[in-house]
Design a binder for this molecule. Structure first.
Ligand SMILES: [Zn+2]
Ligand SMILES: [Zn+2]
Ligand SMILES: [Zn+2]
Ligand SMILES: [Zn+2]
Ligand SMILES: [Zn+2]
Ligand SMILES: [Zn+2]
Ligand SMILES: [Zn+2]
Length: 239
């Protein structure tokens, strides 16, 4: 067993233990903890953290946003809905927020736990295939498997031993095969216009800018991430 650790969220040292208090949530990410998972905790206060979450500090310098310090907050500082600047998913709880005015750079904890690859750094151009944006790869599987990552394009879980591509321009996470497919696709649900990968929260409401289709079939379950695709040569959305 490892030594107790100190964490900025709690005044007492935390030690590794088997989690046995069903229904309690991690005090960092607010997700349920799995029974019998190995967690960091203070039994006396019923304070528990995923092992991955125990590694977070109050302020971080993150390679996805290297020029400013990001600060941990329990919830979004904005009045409106907040989306992760890397994966575009809605941030419901904890957030790493850049406090620089007008920066609007925010990370959910999953993306904050991603680190760019050292191993693949000089192969990015080759690995990103047709995508042609600077993509950053996850170096190695999250060592504790405490976060789950989904491909923004096919919405499949990116299993732990697979590469993750993060494109800061498209604001998405991609698995290897979706990264290789490039940014533009033809899709059977919307055959008339090619669709391009874009950050989902840049489009409000989600629609094709050429024909203004908001056909739910484009954006729903069967094509869950098609809201990322819009024809880029045209103005998209209304703001
Ligand atoms: Zn957690
Ligand atoms: Zn305590
Ligand atoms: Zn994210
Ligand atoms: Zn910033
Ligand atoms: Zn995919
Ligand atoms: Zn991109
Ligand atoms: Zn269209």
């Amino acid at each position: 067993m490892e030594n107790p650790v100190h964490h900025f969220r709690h005044p007492h040292p935390l030690s590794l233990r088997k989690f046995n208090q069903p229904g309690r949530k991690c005090h960092m990410c607010q997700r349920q903890l799995d029974l019998d998972a190995t967690v960091y905790g203070c039994e006396r206060c019923s304070f528990f953290l995923h092992r991955a979450c125990a590694k977070f500090q109050q302020q971080i310098i993150h390679p996805f946003h290297p020029h400013h310090t990001l600060a941990y907050l329990d919830e979004s500082p904005y009045d409106n809905e907040t989306y992760c600047s890397v994966c575009s998913e809605k941030i419901k709880h904890a957030i790493y927020h850049c406090e620089e005015t007008n920066c609007q750079f925010d990370l959910d904890l999953g993306c904050a736990a991603l680190t760019p690859s050292k191993k693949y750094a000089d192969r990015v151009a080759e690995l990103q295939g047709n995508h042609q944006h600077a993509l950053i790869l996850r170096d190695k599987p999250n060592e504790f498997y405490d976060f789950y990552y989904f491909c923004s394009r096919c919405y499949e879980l990116i299993v732990d031993d697979k590469l993750i591509f993060a494109c800061l321009e498209c604001k998405c996470l991609l698995d290897e095969s979706c990264a290789a497919q490039g940014r533009e696709i033809k899709h059977p649900f919307h055959p008339d216009h090619p669709l391009k990968l874009q950050p989902v929260n840049s489009v409000s409401p989600a629609k094709c800018s050429v024909c203004a289709s908001t056909d739910p079939a484009l954006f729903e379950e069967r094509a869950p991430r098609l809201d990322y695709y819009h024809r880029q040569e045209h103005q998209v959305g209304d703001n």
